[in-house]
Design a protein around this ligand. Structure first.
Ligand code: MN
Length: 305
């Protein structure tokens, strides 16, 4: 099943090119969830609600995807847990970039994930495709990082890798946007809109092997990143084992699995397309300057067209 959040915080089941509104289920789930719960109530409820969501979707006419505004597919993650340096070819390109005179790429931490650990991006940075990316510090390098994202479905701590994927509710595409520089990762990578997820969730039953998914990214039609999650240094189960050895993972938590080689700068006006075909689909998002609203950007784009 494919699930999206859209428009004014609605929940939809995506079938083909149509979105079927199942917001009444979302409302009921949220209304009965304890306020003090950790995590996202809707994601936590998916196993029990799956069939009802399908039946509700059967009964509602679909709206074309092109007519909805896609939001981040999870409303309330407790954290965005991210793998640094998890593809060897990306580690190599960052080391080469940092060695250039005057480079804005700074490699202050170990390139070994076991030593560097995971890092966190602020939840408030999370956006969906139609919200756009708002670039701050345009004089610095603002890089795209295409990543596979795991969505935790079942809470767990000290999860062994053998059972790790049982804790995954769904997968989606993500962008770990990054301004390069000397600040801590959690600061540089937490700028509003610098955590993109979408275009929708694909439930785990539809992904035979998350460690064998193609992953590519284009900027304005030019391919910049093109790899496969089979190149991950810490694969998906190991990342869950590693992260949960430090903290409890809760329903709705997002795990950004790291980016392959080919990262590079974007600027306002660019369009980024991230793909993992055919299963996860295509995440398309535009880049604008901070302080310029998405609506103004799209008006200008129409005027330019
Ligand atoms: Mn990253």
């Amino acid at each position: 099943m494919k699930l999206c959040r859209y428009d004014d915080d609605r929940l939809g089941v995506v079938r083909g090119e149509l979105v079927h509104d199942v917001t009444q289920a979302q409302t009921e789930i949220r209304n009965t969830a304890p306020y003090a719960m950790q995590g996202d109530a809707v994601i936590a409820a998916l196993p029990q609600w799956r069939e009802r969501l399908e039946r509700l979707a059967d009964k509602t006419p679909g709206t074309p995807l092109a007519q909805v505004r896609l939001l981040a597919p999870v409303a309330r993650p407790t954290k965005l847990s991210c793998a640094p340096t998890n593809y060897q070819a990306h580690i190599s390109e960052m080391a080469a970039a940092a060695a250039q005179p005057g480079s804005q790429v700074v490699t202050t931490q170990s390139s070994k994930i076991l030593e560097a650990g995971m890092f966190l991006k602020a939840n408030s940075a999370l956006v969906g495709p139609t919200e756009g990316i708002a670039i701050r510090f345009p004089d610095r390098r603002n890089d795209h990082e295409a990543e596979l994202v795991m969505v935790i479905g079942k809470a767990g701590s000290d999860i062994p890798r053998e059972r790790a994927l049982d804790h995954v509710a769904a997968y989606c595409l993500g962008l770990d946007m990054t301004v390069r520089g000397r600040e801590d990762r959690s600061f540089r990578k937490s700028i509003d809109s610098y955590a993109v997820a979408g275009p929708w969730l694909v439930t785990a039953d539809e992904i035979a092997d998350p460690d064998a998914l193609p992953l590519s990214l284009q900027v304005n039609g030019e391919t910049r990143q093109n790899s496969n999650t089979n190149m991950l240094i810490y694969d998906c189960p190991r990342l869950i084992e590693f992260a949960s050895s430090f903290y409890t993972l809760y329903p709705g938590d997002l795990i950004y699995t790291g980016t392959p080689e080919g990262v590079g700068p974007v600027k306002p006006g660019d369009t980024i397309v991230c793909r993992s075909s055919p299963v996860l689909g295509e995440l398309k998002i535009t880049v604008r300057a901070h302080g310029v609203s998405g609506a103004q950007t799209s008006t200008r784009m129409r005027a330019d067209a």
